[in-house]
Design a protein around this ligand. Structure first.
Ligand code: AMP
Ligand code: ZN
Length: 468
């Protein structure tokens, strides 16, 4: 399998270091609903996981849940400044920080399932690994890689480099210049240094704070990923996934902490970064009102699988632009795919080896999922392949694509009309009786989005059948 490695900046042949592949994805900060931008990155983690398993490898997959220490300054160029996102949410929602974390974790897990991501072996929560994080900071302290200032314990990047390591290999170093958009803490020895442990403010009692050898406080944002990945995957492991923004500080800091503590290099062999999702050609952001969650998608009557299909319209290292029109096109394509599969019948033969070979080639070439999806369409339209063979081949492809194709098409087939469509149809019937043409038209569109066509019969009834 060949994967692009941000560390070597090349597509490398991936060879696992041991029998079991260690895979880690930086997960969500659970202070708000996870956005469709974040989901693009988690789907990348899922595809990597599925592709490794598809290649017959055993994988130990870990994803963290950040429920403490991720400060708002991160967006402004200095992750050690600003307010803890959990504390900010506390003020916004008037609930305790732990309660907020639990709410958004539960929400994340339910969307995770709806988007058909395979559960990792471990979801590791930062607040449940405080002692591991303290132990790691102690190790760094013993190695002379830390110093204390008024607001916390910091990692000393100069001392790290003095030991022969290079800091920031993943990133463009000039991007980590201090004070890019915020005043940096003048007590820091070097602008690139970062907090390992932050002290609680003197005048404020935080919900989330712990005793430590250095004083009461909470861990910095980066230390959790080093502590938890090494706990579950060992001091060195194979693949680490995240969004491209993490290349500039979070991941270089993870590398520095881990290699500084263990003296083993490289901490991770292959670093994979997904390009950002844009919305309507621009940045996605809470303040812009376009940081959509999966709930926003479902509320507009799109299925989570349509979103998953939409992500596959571009390679993971290329940017992707979300628009509602593009999602609608993905929903239609997904529905059509299901109809094709429904029409293949029930009997499954053995998969077609030529198609499987092409599919493997695409996936093994740095996860060319869009081309794999195009191949799926070619297969379905190929008259020389028997239906039972097609069905078996689709099932194989879907092990990686995760579009839930077989199950969903089976369900659709066995159910004359999905309940959702039936409900909409009866609402539309009532709207027409009331001569509310605007409502009836909008309900028709909703029905069409779900892949059905409505025809009005002369007797006032409506006939609904699947779009082809
Ligand atoms: P956060 O919750 O901000 O810590 O982000 C969680 C993950 O989502 C990280 O891997 C980010 O790099 C990634 N991410 C954030 N915004 C986007 C976006 N617009 N597109 C793709 N990935 C994103
Ligand atoms: Zn991380």
């Amino acid at each position: 399998m060949r994967l692009y490695n941000s560390l070597t900046k090349e597509i490398d042949e991936f060879k696992p270091a041991s029998q079991i592949v260690g895979l880690y994805t930086c997960g969500p900060t659970v202070y708000d609903y996870v956005t469709i931008g974040n989901w693009r990155t988690y789907i990348l983690g899922d595809i990597v996981y599925r592709a490794l398993k598809y290649n017959g490898l055993e994988v130990n997959y870990v994803m963290n849940l950040t429920d403490v220490g991720h400060l708002t300054g991160d967006n402004l160029g200095d992750a050690d400044t600003g307010e803890d996102r959990m504390e900010k949410a506390k003020k916004r929602e008037g609930k305790g920080a732990f309660e907020i974390a639990q709410f958004y974790i539960d929400d994340f897990l339910s969307s995770y399932k709806d988007l058909n991501l395979l559960p990792p072996n471990t979801f590791a929560r930062a607040t449940e690994h405080i002692s591991e994080q303290i132990d790691l900071i102690k190790k760094l302290e013993e190695k002379g890689l830390t110093y204390n200032i008024d607001d916390g314990v910091y990692f000393d990047t100069i001392a790290f480099e003095a030991k022969g390591y290079k800091y920031g290999e993943l990133s463009n170093l000039d991007k980590i210049k201090a004070g890019a958009r915020v005043e940096f803490n003048q007590q820091k020895k070097n602008p690139r240094d970062f907090a390992l442990w932050k002290f609680s403010p003197k005048d404020e009692k935080r919900d989330m704070e712990w005793e430590s050898p250095w004083g009461t406080g909470f861990p910095g944002w980066h230390i959790e990923c080093s502590a938890m990945s090494m706990k579950y995957l060992g001091e060195q492991f194979d693949i680490h996934v995240g969004g491209e923004d993490l290349k500039s500080t979070h991941h270089p800091n993870e590398i520095a902490q881990s290699e500084g503590a263990t003296d083993k290099s490289p901490f991770v062999k292959c670093w994979m970064h997904g390009a950002f999702l844009q919305v309507d050609g621009g940045k996605m952001g809470k303040s812009l009102g376009n940081a959509y969650s999966l709930h926003d998608i479902v509320e507009k009557r799109f299925s989570p699988m349509a979103l998953r299909y939409f992500y596959f319209s571009s390679h993971y290292r290329s940017s992707l632009n979300f628009t509602w029109e593009a999602l609608e096109a993905s929903q239609n394509a997904y529905n059509r795919l299901l109809v094709h599969i429904e029409n293949l019948g029930e009997e499954s033969g053995s998969a077609d080896s030529n198609y499987l070979k092409s599919f493997n080639d695409f996936i093994d070439n740095d996860l060319e999922v869009s081309r794999a999806l195009a191949l799926l369409w070619d297969l379905l339209k190929d008259d020389s392949i028997e239906d039972s063979v097609k069905l078996a081949t689709v099932a194989e492809f879907d092990k990686v694509l995760g579009l839930d194709l077989i199950e969903t098409s089976r369900k659709n087939k066995n159910q004359q009309l999905p309940k959702e469509v039936e409900d909409l149809a009866s609402k539309r019937h009532l709207a027409r009786e009331d001569k509310d043409w605007v409502l009836s038209d909008s309900l028709r569109q909703d029905i069409e989005k779900l892949g059905y066509e409505v025809k009005d019969l002369p007797n006032g009834d409506q006939m609904i059948r699947k779009n082809n």
